[in-house]
Design a protein around this ligand. Structure first.
Ligand code: FAD
Length: 374
């Protein structure tokens, strides 16, 4: 039997590889990086803290989903309810997403009940037709809250004003009128107990899978395989014939600090360069924990979003505009015509996925391949 080539040892590649290997296919995974797990890669540093090299990754979704059932074969879970605080201009902290407490902290008021919070939001909201992310901000929380919590963050994150961004970008943000301060609403929120790298290593540690790291894909490689699944950016694969698809990237700056922050992730409001800062020993699956009184230093990572040109090769967030979607449609036409290759993952499909939807999508892709090829 000829082997299958999987380009990319991230969650997408590992999911496809594991399912096909279980069906008896011989798989060769390659990754240009020197580690597995793609952007979910984590490791334990010299202070015993578990660091997520490419930014904090929290699993969240439905506990009943196929993806949770699938991943649970490869890891134990440490339950973790994620909390995020925003640093206000007066140096105090308030919870995000916006909830009753955020409104109280912002305006220095006390809300008696949920009805009060609803009324306050109602008064702040602007009745506007939603054509941009900025319209969405104004319609959901009004100008004052948008100026503090959304507009500066969006400008840093996307390098563009909210008024120039499609509404779908801002639509991910919930606004609450109750006192729930948890970042996600999902019933399943967890971290793999031994980290993402161990979870993915357990997936691909299979008698039918060989993995080569530090190995960049070349077009001639596919000739030696029955089929190729590739996480390579689709525009890069085709040599940018229709132009380069835009991405935002992030520069990660690590610092050691003696001071603990109030939540594992703090979002900045008026700070002009950084979007957020993560303190790693506040995650419950970090071997060294912040609450250990002997621990004097805490590793923190600051995130500075940049254009992909300023961090070449590090493709993080597809920038969805009419132009980029139009360009992507053209790439889709030529990629669909390649029956020997399936594009997978965030950059192969030019779609931002959270981890559980990513696993869900690639279980489906792998099963489709099996239904056609056995
Ligand atoms: C900053 C950030 C924070 C995130 N936080 C969360 C979170 O909290 N919760 C959540 O659920 N999701 C989160 N995600 C999303 C999560 O990272 C993705 O769902 C996941 O990484 C998708 O996996 P993937 O395999 O598609 O891509 P990747 O993890 O990027 O893996 C692709 C792999 O392909 C390799 N590759 C590419 N081209 C080549 C080539 N030519 N030759 C060889 N190898 C190649 C790359 O080196 C890479 O290792 C976050 C993403 C980012 C960017």
């Amino acid at each position: 039997m000829k082997r299958i080539l999987v380009v990319g040892a991230g969650l997408a590649g590992a999911t496809v590889a594991t399912i096909l290997a279980d069906k008896g296919w011989k798989i060769h995974i390659i990754d240009k990086r020197t580690h597995i797990a793609g952007n979910a890669y984590d490791y334990v540093n010299e202070l015993g803290e578990r660091i997520h090299k490419y930014g904090p990754h929290i699993l969240h979704g439905s506990g009943e989903s196929r993806s949770v059932e699938f991943l649970s074969k490869y890891t134990l879970w440490t339950p973790y309810k994620h909390h995020v605080k925003a640093l206000l201009p007066n140096n105090s902290y308030t919870p995000l997403p916006i909830c009753a407490k955020t409104i109280e902290d912002t305006f220095g008021i006390v809300l008696e009940n949920e009805k009060d919070a609803k009324r306050m939001l109602e008064e702040m909201r602007v009745n506007v037709k939603i054509e941009t992310t900025d319209d969405l901000f104004r319609a959901t929380v009004g100008d004052k809250m948008a100026d503090i919590f959304y507009r500066p963050y969006t400008k840093k994150m996307w390098g563009s004003y909210a008024a120039k961004i499609k509404p779908s970008v801002g639509a991910r943000l919930p606004v609450r009128t109750n006192r729930e301060e948890c970042y996600f609403d999902d019933d399943f929120q967890a971290l793999p107990t031994m980290g993402y790298s161990t979870m993915i290593s357990n997936m691909i540690n299979h008698e039918n899978i060989e993995t080569s790291l530090g190995c960049e894909y070349k077009h001639t490689m596919s000739e030696d395989y029955y089929h190729t699944f590739t996480s390579q950016p689709v525009d890069e694969f085709f040599g940018g014939v229709f132009g380069r698809l835009p991405y935002r990237s992030i520069l990660f700056e690590e610092r050691k600090s003696k001071v603990c922050q109030p939540s594992s992730v703090v979002n900045f409001t008026i700070q002009p360069d950084y979007t957020r800062c993560t303190q790693w020993d506040l995650f419950p699956n970090s071997p060294a924990r912040a609450e250990d009184s002997k621990k004097k230093l805490h590793t923190k990572t600051y995130e500075r979003p940049v254009d992909i040109c300023d961090n070449p090769g590090e493709y993080y967030y597809p920038v969805k505009t009419e132009d980029s979607e139009d360009m992507h449609r053209r790439y889709k036409v030529i990629s669909n015509a390649r029956k020997d290759i399936t594009f997978i993952g965030r950059t192969g499909l030019y779609t931002y996925f959270d981890m559980l939807p990513c696993v869900e999508k690639h279980i489906t892709l792998a099963n489709k391949f099996i239904s056609l090829h056995g």
